[in-house]
Design a protein around this ligand. Structure first.
Ligand SMILES: Cc1cc2nc3c(=O)[nH]c(=O)nc-3n(C[C@H](O)[C@H](O)[C@H](O)COP(=O)(O)OP(=O)(O)OC[C@H]3O[C@@H](n4cnc5c(N)ncnc54)[C@H](O)[C@@H]3O)c2cc1C
Length: 308
């Protein structure tokens, strides 16, 4: 293997870098702070035959209990920065590791509207672009100007229509990393934008459990006529999954589509619970729920989820 660049750590525990707090360690781990550092790390991984994974805020991640072979990256320094940009002062440029709630707050302070929905999504810009995250009718694709994607081949600027956005998906592959992105917003009254942020925060507090270890929505809302417009959470609830527990993991009492790490759960517990919930929904409604959450490392998944 080629010598590792400075800053690469071995056997780095990832549990605390996920919001559900499960999973093992990364074989190699690094926190690139600049595009140049990121490019160097990706070239090293390619030359050494290592797979690459990224942890944003880990708010939509299941990490394998046995750990992750290869290199796991977490953006740092310049790659988490947020700055008002563009001649008209109506753009916000961010590192891929900038947190969306912080981007929404910075936009509000600058009197810019368009990304208020980001206050509800506890992930990074890169994770949100990879997942095509959205909330309360706001969608990233509508406000995205461009994205700098870094891979072992170098850096490429892509427009939103080159990112293959669909429901909770993009065409970014594992070795393609969002290093920077720019949002195109519009000027608005600062007080009004801040009031919208407060209202969205309130709506979330009423609708979802807080202070628990979870990765948010576990399954996508089904596009199936038999659901009759019901969300994945409503179907899980009707199938008796609210509070259902496997090992240390349980479907939340407050929101049936949230898996909660209630007591020293493992990723295997989380997957077994998801399988049980999905089974109940299939038996009751004939609907196959599709997982929204992603994996890092060799997580044992049912065959029909392997396309993840
Ligand atoms: C309480 C709670 C509420 C939530 N509410 C919402 C919601 O309203 N709407 C919604 O859409 N989601 C929601 N989520 C899910 C999650 O926050 C989003 O999917 C978010 O976009 C994930 O971002 P992340 O940085 O945490 O990504 P991670 O979970 O760390 O990673 C997710 C995927 O993105 C990849 N990735 C991460 N960073 C990068 C990068 N820089 N470049 C390329 N790939 C990258 C990872 O490798 C992985 O495949 C919620 C989660 C929680 C815990």
């Amino acid at each position: 293997m080629v010598d590792a660049p400075a800053g690469v750590e071995r056997d780095y525990p990832l549990t605390r870098l996920t919001t559900i707090r499960t999973g093992g360690a990364a074989e190699f781990f690094a926190r690139p702070g600049t595009v140049a550092q990121l490019e160097r790390l990706l070239r090293w991984a390619a030359d050494s035959g290592l797979e690459v994974g990224v942890d944003g805020s880990g708010s939509n991640l299941r990490v394998a209990d046995a750990g992750v072979r290869g290199l796991v990256l977490k953006m740092d320094d310049e790659l988490t920065a947020i700055e008002i940009d563009g001649l008209a002062g109506d753009r916000i440029a961010c590192g891929g590791g900038a947190r969306l709630p912080a981007v929404a707050a910075a936009a509000a302070r600058a009197g810019l509207s368009g990304i208020e929905f980001g206050v509800s999504i506890p992930g990074t810009v890169g994770g949100a672009i990879r997942m095509n995250a959205n909330a309360y009718g706001g969608a990233l694709a509508d406000v995205l100007d461009w994205v700098d994607v870094v891979s072992a081949e170098g850096t490429e600027r892509r427009a939103p229509d080159e990112l293959g956005f669909g429901y909770r998906r993009s065409n970014l592959t594992a070795g393609e990393i969002v290093a920077r992105a720019r949002f195109r917003l519009h000027p608005a009254d600062e007080g009004a934008v801040k009031a919208t942020l407060a209202e969205l925060r309130d709506r979330r507090l009423r609708a979802q459990p807080t202070g628990i270890r979870t990765f948010g929505s576990t399954f996508k809302n089904p596009d199936d006529p038999r659901a009759e417009g019901r969300t994945a959470g409503q179907l899980l609830d009707a199938a008796g999954c609210r509070g259902l527990r496997v090992g240390g993991a349980a479907f939340s009492e407050k929101h049936a589509n949230f898996v909660e790490n209630v007591e020293a759960a493992t990723t295997a517990d989380v997957v077994a619970l998801m399988v049980a919930g999905r089974e109940r929904v299939r038996e009751r409604f004939g609907i196959e729920l599709e997982p929204e959450v992603r994996t890092l490392g060799p997580v044992e998944l049912p065959a029909e989820w392997r396309h993840e």
